[in-house]
Design a protein around this ligand. Sequence first.
Ligand SMILES: [Zn+2]
Length: 454
Amino acid sequence: MQDIYQHIEDHIDEHIETLFRLVSQPSVSAQRLGFDKAPGLVKEIFESVGLETEIVPVPNDGLPSVYGHMAGERTDRTLLFYTHYDVQPTDPIELWESDPFRPERRGDRIYGRGISDDKGNIIARIAAMKAFNEVRGGLPCNLKFFAEGEEESGSPNLPGLIAQRGQDFSADACIWEGGGRNASNTPFIYLGLKGLLNVELSISRLSGDAHSSLATVLPSAAWRLLNALKTIKGDDDRVLIEGFYDDITPLSESEDAAITALPDETEELRRIHGVSDFVNEVEGEALRRKLYLTPTANIAGLTSGYQGAGFKTVLPAAASAKMDFRLVPEMRPLDVLEKLRKHLDRHGFSDIEINMIAGVIPYRTAMDAPWVKLVAETAEEIYGLKPEITPNMAGTGPMHDFGHGIGMPIATSGVDHPAHNIHAPNENITIDDFLLGAKQAALIIQRFAERGAE
Ligand SMILES: [Zn+2]
């Protein structure tokens, strides 16, 4: 592989230039900013390495995906790269030291919105493909490259697209976004993501706000909502919705061992969030297990009455709360929604309305899959250290659509590092992280061509 690695290193200036071009083009899905040009630029970059590329419309007039494919020497083996070309909004803009859409280099870091998440991953993989083309005259296996345009907005139209066109994107195995190194420079891989149910609970009890002197006789929407919320979770943090935990699948032996082997994040989380005690006083391994393996019932927002300057003696007519439930395999958003409705009814809160805002199904690739072993070996070879493997992360993403909907094992590799400030001001990446990510992508392509995912 030295010939391929050498090519990636020799062409680093060119790769960074391409990355700068891509980062210079805004593509903020939350604001639908820059999508007149962004898909076309991604298509152009895909085509520059020989991918036969199309801009793929998604349902509901959503922001398009870009999809390319290319045949290689082993035509019976197909690898899929999942990435996204949309980025997070740049707020708070005043905390950026340079224009987020005018990437610049300061020392050994380059800065710009999306330069790590996920445009850095896109170009690192393009760099690997380019090396195979120019050094070996083509790829050793078939490759499909999918770049989503709405990931940072919760992939609302991806399930619809997969339902329509899933088979076009099918492959023997998939490399997701979001791998690289952690704070101690150990490579990390994750195999799954939590699902999500977003709802709004609301109640209206009066035709309009009333004078608060009437609180003796008029019903309070705010208290009513609080009492309903109080029935959802106990003081011990256990969710009290009947049957809420029923569909959780226990970890396999190897998944369990992987969680045990992960490093202790207790002190780092303490420092970052300024807390002394965690929920239920968990620490160390217990903290990891709670963080990665248990579902949540979180209140994301509460609204009622007057919260402005001074005081207003008002009895608010209405109250609402936004809640997100992070789900672990094999919980299902619609099932949890139904259980929540039944729970509120059973506790006498039929008057609380529930409006579902979004749902994502959780997903986890089996730890024992040969694909996981292959990707872990490439990480160890490139980074020189055994990777830490997390069965599923605390966050959410549309893995289920590919892993289950289309059907393929999924693992991650990439250019990430906690110092990259993804989703935050001054997003950055080091040239080193980029090179390592590109080389690992190349090695994965090679090993997959040799061994397949079986
Ligand atoms: Zn991302």
